[in-house]
Design a protein around this ligand. Structure first.
Ligand code: FES
Length: 381
């Protein structure tokens, strides 16, 4: 038994993602936030967040991501960073940079913030501001990138790559180099939340992906060990094996949403399960005992062919949210897997990439609600 393993075999969460607000000045059509964001109006208080951080740290969590929406919109961010640092967390700020100022970055530094990940929508103002649906945001991001360096943070950039900007991947790499980035994630979007809604507009073709990957490899070859490290992420839809989503459900990652819902992954609310809330349960009780957290732990829930697959320890059955979105059944094998009886779904989607979309692009906004039929918690009387 690993030293941090409890007697019932459940390991504590190591990574806490604190989605402190869903409010955001940008409106990216690939946002991974849920399309149902009613909790925007019911955000946790500072005291609630302090309780979450303390309880997570007591359980053994070491990495903390402040995310959103745009976490800079919370005026208590500096206080929460400082409190988290006092508790011993390694703190990450995942931000668009909109709302950051030199005063604020100085205050965050003083509060002990360890790491900033800055997102860009593209390598030029025209495309960047169009995708985020906000004027002058590119200009602001450039300013913030310089401040990140000036305040001695590692420069970590994230570019969301879609059919809208994949042809500019060389410009993206050149800009990253100009900005003296250390790590750059060229993250082709995965299809959850708003990205799923807008997939027809966003999914690159196989030829576009191959071309982009070849350009990244050529660029890397010319770097001769200098400049940024580029990480190219392929969308699941073109893979033949599923990713080990969240390193396995309820093993490592714990997400708390703005209204206090505790989730094993940031997308889980789309699933027909009832998720607990930190307002009325301790994190410890939620993590170790809640029906939803236990639901996809281990392999007893797995269908064939996952149950007998010799790769099940590697991918833990793939992604439950993806299985639900693409088959309507969260218990099914992730259709990304070529062994899944539903794998043909992936081909029918990727074959249509590049076709004229059948509906208009939807920019992220905050007032939609999607009703789901919930599966009752049978462990409760
Ligand atoms: Fe929810 Fe993969 S995103 S399980």
């Amino acid at each position: 038994m690993a030293t941090n393993e409890t007697p019932n075999g459940i390991t504590p969460p190591l990574w806490l993602l604190a989605e402190i607000t869903y409010q955001c000045p940008l409106h990216c059509p690939y946002c991974s936030n849920p399309v149902n964001m009613e909790e925007t109006h019911n955000e946790l208080s500072t005291e609630h967040w302090e309780r979450v951080l303390k309880q997570a740290r007591d359980m053994g969590a070491v990495q903390l991501g402040f995310s959103g929406g745009e976490p800079l919109l919370r005026p208590d961010l500096e206080h929460l960073v400082s409190y988290a640092r006092e508790l011993g967390f390694y703190t990450n700020l995942i931000t668009s940079g909109i709302g950051m100022t030199e005063k604020r970055i100085a205050r965050l530094k003083e509060a002990g913030l360890d790491h900033i990940q800055l997102s860009f929508q593209a390598a030029n103002a025209e495309v960047n501001d169009l995708i985020g649906n906000k004027r002058h945001s590119f200009e602001q991001k450039l300013k913030i990138a310089k401040l990140v360096k000036q305040y001695a943070y590692p420069m970590v950039l994230n570019f969301c790559i879609t059919a809208q900007n994949i042809h500019e991947i060389e410009e993206v790499m050149a800009l990253s180099e100009q900005l003296n980035a250390d790590f750059v994630e060229l993250a082709t979007v995965q299809y959850y939340g708003w990205a799923y809604e807008n997939r027809e507009h966003l999914l690159p073709t196989s030829a576009q992906l191959q071309d982009a990957e070849a350009k990244v490899n050529r660029y890397r070859a010319h770097q001769a060990g200098e400049g940024p490290t580029f990480i190219f992420v392929t969308p699941d839809y073109y893979e033949t094996r599923p990713k080990a989503c969240m390193n396995g459900w309820g093993t490592t990652f714990l997400t708390i949403t703005p209204d206090g819902s505790a989730l094993p992954c940031h997308s889980a609310k789309i699933l027909p399960l009832t998720f607990p809330n930190i307002k009325n349960r301790s994190l410890q009780d939620i993590w170790y005992n809640d029906f939803s957290f236990n639901h996809f732990r281990g392999d007893s829930w797995m269908p064939l062919p996952c149950k007998t697959c010799d790769e099940k320890e590697k991918d833990f059955g793939g992604c439950r949210c993806q299985a639900y979105l693409l088959t309507g059944d969260m218990y099914k094998t992730d259709p990304v897997c070529s062994k899944s009886p539903d794998h043909h779904v992936m081909k029918s989607i990727t074959d249509k990439a590049g076709d004229k979309p059948t509906k208009a692009l939807q920019y992220r906004k905050v007032e939609r609600a999607i009703p789901v039929k919930l599966i009752p918690d049978t462990t409760k009387a």
